[in-house]
Write a protein that binds this ligand. Structure first.
Ligand code: HEM
Ligand code: HEM
Length: 201
């Protein structure tokens, strides 16, 4: 079947995606050094904490920017999971589990992507709140006590880091096993969709 090239990811999506990726890598590497001091990734602990804090502020800034554009540009209609999407779960799961070989038809993101991205947003928000509670233990004391104190918050914060790493592993497997042009589209914006042939002309 013939294909046509179309503009899939606008500049905001591509910018926030890749800056978030670099920033998340810095947060994970510095976070690992803070929690497991045996891993001297950035040399001194002071440097690791500095990197973590600067990338933590960037994480917050990018998060606010992303949410702003999500609503200002009406992206919620495309990426927010809805009850009407639920019927798509069966066919998409059958495709992911190799039961069906034909990819089901869906708009920009399939229902499982929508749920995964929404869950990642909630987890990111929680991670930022816990991170800032560790940074401002007095101002955010209620958050610390809600989660059982500073030691417990550090354990939560580290556990959530493992959630991020797990999401990233599955995400990478899914996008890279699909079609490498999908990743290229996240870089230059353009992807391809099938169109019906017009009688071979
Ligand atoms: C807004 C975002 C964030 C802020 C403000 C923040 C802040 C902090 C602070 C203040 C600490 C304690 C540092 C210390 O003890 O000197 C910390 C530790 C840590 N952070 Fe974050 N963080 C953020 C996001 C993240 C993310 C996204 C990850 C990983 C995906 C992460 C992973 C860790 C880990 C593993 C630790 C070590 C926990 C410990 O044993 O104390 N952080 N963070
Ligand atoms: C080198 C690593 C990565 C590659 C190659 C990659 C690739 C992609 C691709 C191709 C898409 C579009 C999927 C589609 O159109 O169906 C996408 C979307 C997305 N990715 Fe990644 N990704 C990477 C790392 C990450 C990481 C580390 C995170 C977060 C922890 C992440 C979060 C997301 C989210 C939330 C979306 C939804 C679109 C949006 O940004 O609004 N990605 N990624």
């Amino acid at each position: 079947m013939a294909e046509e090239r179309y503009y899939k990811h606008d500049g905001v999506e591509r910018f926030t995606h890749w800056t978030h990726v670099v920033d998340t890598i810095l947060l994970i590497l510095s976070g690992i050094q803070i929690h497991y001091p045996g891993f001297s990734i950035f040399g001194s602990m002071l440097t690791a904490r500095f990197v973590h804090l600067v990338s933590g502020y960037l994480f917050l800034f990018l998060g606010i920017l992303h949410v702003y554009f999500f609503f200002a540009l009406g992206k919620y209609g495309i990426a927010m999971p809805a009850v009407s999407d639920l019927g798509e779960i069966g066919p998409v799961l059958r495709y992911y589990l190799f039961i069906d070989t034909t990819k089901p038809d869906y708009a920009k993101y399939n229902v499982l992507q929508k749920f995964a991205y929404a869950a990642l947003f909630v987890v990111s928000f929680l991670q930022a709140v816990l991170g800032f509670a560790l940074y401002w233990p007095v101002a955010l004391a209620p958050v610390l006590s809600l989660f059982g104190g500073a030691v417990s918050v550090r354990i939560w914060h580290t556990t959530i880091m493992w959630v991020f790493l797990s999401f990233t592993a599955v995400h990478l497997y899914l996008v890279l096993s699909e079609d490498l042009r999908l990743t290229k589209a996240m870089w230059d914006g353009y992807y391809y969709r099938k169109i019906a042939d017009k009688g071979g002309r």
